[in-house]
Design a protein around this ligand. Structure first.
Ligand SMILES: [Ca+2]
Length: 258
């Protein structure tokens, strides 16, 4: 009888701790198609670099050339010659099933100007229930990172939809930067875009309002799967589980000593 009560208590606590409203990266491990191909020099070798949940980390070996970030294996490189007629690199993610409540769309990229790798000019996301048709716009994030010589930074940019977004296929159109001003007063086009992850998040909470765009430096950590409330919930769960185990052990010891 008491065991049944304990099981019920644990189930109740687990249900209580389900992170309602927490964002989950629903794109991790999902397949995608590079509609415009990656460079053979910086390839997507296992065809999963952009949804493996792994971000490039800065070089930690001080003997490494700090300019070699672009050589990190997490990156997939897209050369300007592969962009479509609109100047976009196009990638279509297949989430595997129709998912409601898609709440965030993000790319992670490298801006390493001395190598000819520049931040994209913008990224546009759209979603559909079918692979080849019916894409509905989610939003566009315009990127305004530095194009000055000597810049090396790993960044993310995201689009947050204004309401409930659902779909199975997510199209990312990443526009390569053109007409960059040079020091002599002329302009040139970016040679490359380097990406290490595309993240689509799902969430039970769709109350956010208005399309918003963020463009900020990143600590290159794993995608956020929760927040402080979620951590607190799991802490409560862990403490409660330890207490229950302790009670069971104490009970058994008492029974053994009888
Ligand atoms: Ca990755």
């Amino acid at each position: 009888m008491k065991k049944s009560i304990i099981v019920l208590v644990v189930i109740f606590i687990c249900l209580f701790c389900i992170p309602v409203g927490a964002q989950i990266a629903v794109s991790v491990g999902k397949a995608y198609e590079l509609v415009t191909p990656a460079s053979s020099a910086y390839p997507d070798t296992s065809a999963n670099k952009l949804t493996d949940g792994i971000f490039a980390l800065p070089n930690t070996d001080t003997s490494d050339n700090p300019q070699s970030y672009y050589q990190r294996p997490e990156y997939v490189g897209f050369n300007q010659t592969a962009a479509d007629t609109n100047g976009n690199f196009v990638i279509i993610l297949d989430l595997g099933e129709g998912i409601t409540d898609l709440t965030g769309f993000e790319i992670s990229y490298l801006n390493q100007t001395d190598i000819g790798i520049f931040s994209p000019e913008s990224v546009t996301f759209s979603v559909s229930d079918v692979r080849n048709d019916g894409y509905a716009a989610v939003g566009t994030a315009t990127i305004d990172d530095s194009t000055m010589a000597g810049v090396t930074e790993m960044k993310k940019v995201s689009v947050t939809p204004s309401g409930v977004i659902s779909g199975r296929y997510v199209k990312a159109e990443i526009k390569i930067r053109k007409n960059i001003a040079d020091e002599s007063g002329g302009t040139f086009n970016a040679g490359w875009v380097f990406l290490d992850e595309i993240t689509v998040s799902g969430n039970a909470d769709t109350s956010s309002g208005g399309i918003s765009e963020t463009n900020s430096s990143t600590d290159n950590s794993m995608p956020q799967t929760g927040d402080g409330i979620v951590l607190l919930a799991y802490a409560i769960l862990a403490i409660t589980a330890i207490c229950i185990i302790g009670l069971i052990i104490s009970k058994r010891k008492l029974e053994e000593n009888k």
